[in-house]
Design a protein around this ligand. Structure first.
Ligand SMILES: Nc1ncnc2c1ncn2[C@@H]1O[C@H](COP(=O)(O)OP(=O)(O)OP(=O)(O)O)[C@@H](O)[C@H]1O
Ligand SMILES: [Mg+2]
Length: 304
């Protein structure tokens, strides 16, 4: 434990509003705990001192309820381009109807709320890779006329004990005050970060903090989680979403018409052999890669 002499010095610095000295003494206390092998205590103290991974300085002032909120959000959120329309995303009839219903609820949210009905605002898209989960989230943002932000989970997970929960609170506060689509992409990654220095106990706490935030939040826009490893998701997390939607792997027929549509847009015709390969693809993304490769080959032939 910190000596009384150090604590007295810290209190004096706080009383004198000398943040630089307070910060220096607090850092010294953290180091002393670390030296004595009190690792958890040292992390707890460091987390309290650097809530955003940054040192407290005179210029920033003392931490408020969301200390340095621009700090984490400026690196933890990436705005996605509104370059895709929902009508261009291939969806099953059921998925399209569900998404249209959510969009309609959002547009009429005030009238619904006046009648005591909460519009659905937390969606979970799951299914195999490359089948339109992230694409649909972007398209929905465009459809609603609000920005889409993807969350960088590596930025959320703080180096210090307790920091991740602070980041999650900042993130959800942001969604409650800013109409946007918040994309929690590859949600399963949050619960099973490989090579993470965090212990299992802290991972559990992160998932619990995420569940609590999801449960209580009233987003101004939509929160969309995605996962292609749905079975890795905690059942309790799953239940926090208002709508879960499966993005199935496309059939051969759907892949063929998708490939033909892409080819038309690129002004090429696909030979039968290429059409066969696209029909056997395991996802839209895979089929798209085959069409792009073919377009490149055909372009080179005309150039050469
Ligand atoms: N349903 C679809 N309709 C049209 N294009 C699609 C569709 N699904 C995928 N694509 C194409 O494949 C690309 C990758 O898709 P997307 O990022 O949505 O995959 P995902 O389902 O989120 O996969 P992952 O689980 O790997 O994140 C898209 O940018 C788009 O070009
Ligand atoms: Mg994705």
């Amino acid at each position: 434990m910190a000596t009384v002499r150090k604590l007295a010095g810290l209190f004096r610095a706080i009383a004198a509003e000398d943040l630089a000295s307070a910060s220096a003494i607090a850092t010294e206390i953290c180091k002393a705990e670390q030296r004595q092998g009190h690792t958890t205590a040292a992390r707890l103290l460091r987390g309290a001192l650097h809530p955003n991974g940054r040192a407290l300085t005179q210029a920033e002032g003392p931490p408020g309820p969301f200390p340095g909120s621009t700090g984490f959000l400026s690196t933890g959120l990436v705005r996605l381009a509104p370059d895709v329309q929902l009508q261009d995303v291939v969806l099953t009839t059921k998925a399209r109807q569900e998404l249209q219903a959510v969009i309609l609820e959002w547009r009429h949210r005030e009238r619904l709320q006046q009648r005591g009905i909460q519009p659905r605002s937390k969606l979970l898209f799951h299914g195999p890779p490359g089948c339109g989960k992230s694409l649909s989230a972007r398209a929905i943002g465009r459809e609603l006329g609000i920005p889409t932000f993807v969350v960088r989970f590596d930025a959320i997970i703080g180096a210090y004990l307790g920091q991740t929960a602070i980041h999650l609170r900042q993130l959800f506060h942001f969604t409650e005050t800013t109409p946007c689509v918040l994309l929690l992409d590859e949600l399963d990654a949050l619960g099973k970060k490989r090579g993470s220095p965090l212990d299992v106990g802290e991972l559990d706490r992160i998932v619990i903090a995420l569940m609590q935030e999801l449960e209580h939040s009233r987003p101004a826009g939509l929160i969309i989680g995605t996962s292609n490893l749905a079975k890795h998701l905690d059942d309790a997390l799953w239940r926090r979403f208002d709508l879960t939607l499966l993005f199935k792997a496309p059939s051969r027929k759907v892949l063929t018409s998708y490939a033909k549509r892409l080819a038309r847009a690129k002004g090429i015709r696909l030979p039968v052999s290429v059409l066969r390969r696209t029909a056997a693809a395991d996802s839209f993304a895979h089929a798209e890669g085959i069409v792009i490769g073919e377009a490149r080959r055909q372009a080179l032939r005309t150039v050469g």
